[in-house]
Design a protein around this ligand. Structure first.
Ligand SMILES: [Zn+2]
Length: 191
């Protein structure tokens, strides 16, 4: 029987969707890429198909993920970037050999150097993180307002006032909590 794995939270921004494969970092963390195969599955969703992944490559992916999380969090609160995290992101970016390809339909695709090219895929993610943290893209890094999450996300809303990393999970939970708090209030007794 196939084991049940936590589903993915798929955002539109590659780097912060990748950091979202570990959620509830400040609560009860949920690891969404618990096995090498789940990383392969996740990469395929983002057009970075690889044939296989070793345990060592999964470890490297998680190291990159936590480094992006640390650097993006620092950037969001305008803190100095942690040197270790920057080193890991840069190493991953340099080590991969991925090429941007223009598809016939005008979409950008990534061509990885070989079938087992997790490192290539990670370099694409690292480069995406660099472009966001460097402020090259239209948007702003912010931290999720959920106390158990506090994930760094990339706010591309016009007003730059988005509060949650994900509306369907953190946003919804908060709305429910507010609703319950309001409706739990006991009416003021009559004097
Ligand atoms: Zn969140």
């Amino acid at each position: 029987m196939r084991a049940e794995f936590p589903d993915f939270r798929l955002g539109t921004v590659l780097a912060t969707s990748f950091t979202g494969t570990l959620s509830e970092r400040r609560g009860n963390p949920v690891e969404r890429i618990p096995t090498p195969q789940r990383l392969v599955d996740w990469l395929a969703v983002y057009g970075l198909a690889v044939d296989s992944c070793t345990t060592a490559q999964l470890d490297l992916a998680r190291e990159l993920r936590e480094s992006i999380h640390a650097a993006a969090t620092a950037a969001a609160i305008q803190d100095a970037l942690p040197a270790n995290a920057v080193r890991v992101i840069n190493d991953c970016s340099v080590q991969g050999r991925a090429a941007a390809i223009l598809a016939p339909d005008g979409q950008r695709q990534w061509q990885l150097s070989s079938a087992s090219s997790v490192e290539d895929a990670l370099s694409v993610i690292a480069a995406d993180a660099i472009s966001i943290i460097a402020g090259e893209r239209d948007g702003k890094l912010a931290l999720c307002a959920s106390p158990t999450c506090q994930a760094a996300f990339f706010d591309t809303s016009q007003s730059r006032t988005r509060r949650w990393c994900d509306m369907n999970t953190c946003g919804n939970r908060q709305k429910k909590a507010r609703f319950n708090a309001t409706h739990r209030k006991t009416p003021t007794p009559a004097e």
